[in-house]
Write a protein that binds this ligand. Structure first.
Ligand SMILES: [Zn+2]
Length: 131
């Protein structure tokens, strides 16, 4: 099933990547099922934020709690590559847990979507829509 992403979420991810530069931006992808309707920027708490990212753990806890009480689902995560293409780096591949969540990666002013499967990252096609 193809992923749907709102144009607003796409525009905001690109803007957040720009704003965080030369650090990596990171945050959460929220929505319902296979549809990403919003992003939530979080702090990059990694000690070397120009080369790596680590999503603020409290933001993750809050997102899980909110999803359990009927809020938007946590569909996945996004981060940016200040240098390099929007593809999983060796570090990204090492961090993948195979939980089937979606990873959006911004690089070279482009966003690509991946699914973190137990067999590694698989490229995902997506459709942009209004909303
Ligand atoms: Zn990365």
């Amino acid at each position: 099933m193809a992923l749907t992403v709102t144009r607003q979420a796409i525009a905001r991810m690109l803007a957040e990547a720009e704003r965080a530069h030369p650090h990596e931006a990171c945050g959460l992808l929220l929505g319902q099922g296979e549809r990403i309707t919003a992003i939530r920027p979080t702090a990059n708490v990694h000690p070397e934020p120009a080369r790596f990212f680590e999503i603020d753990p409290q933001a993750l806890i809050d997102a899980h709690r909110s999803a359990r009480s009927g809020g938007a689902e946590l569909i996945g995560y996004y981060h940016s590559h200040p240098v390099g293409p929007p593809e999983p780096s060796a570090t990204d591949r090492a961090q993948g847990t195979g939980d089937d969540r979606v990873w959006a990666i911004v690089g070279e002013r482009t966003i690509r979507f991946w699914r973190d499967t137990k067999d590694g990252f698989e490229p995902l096609s997506y459709v942009a829509d209004e909303g």
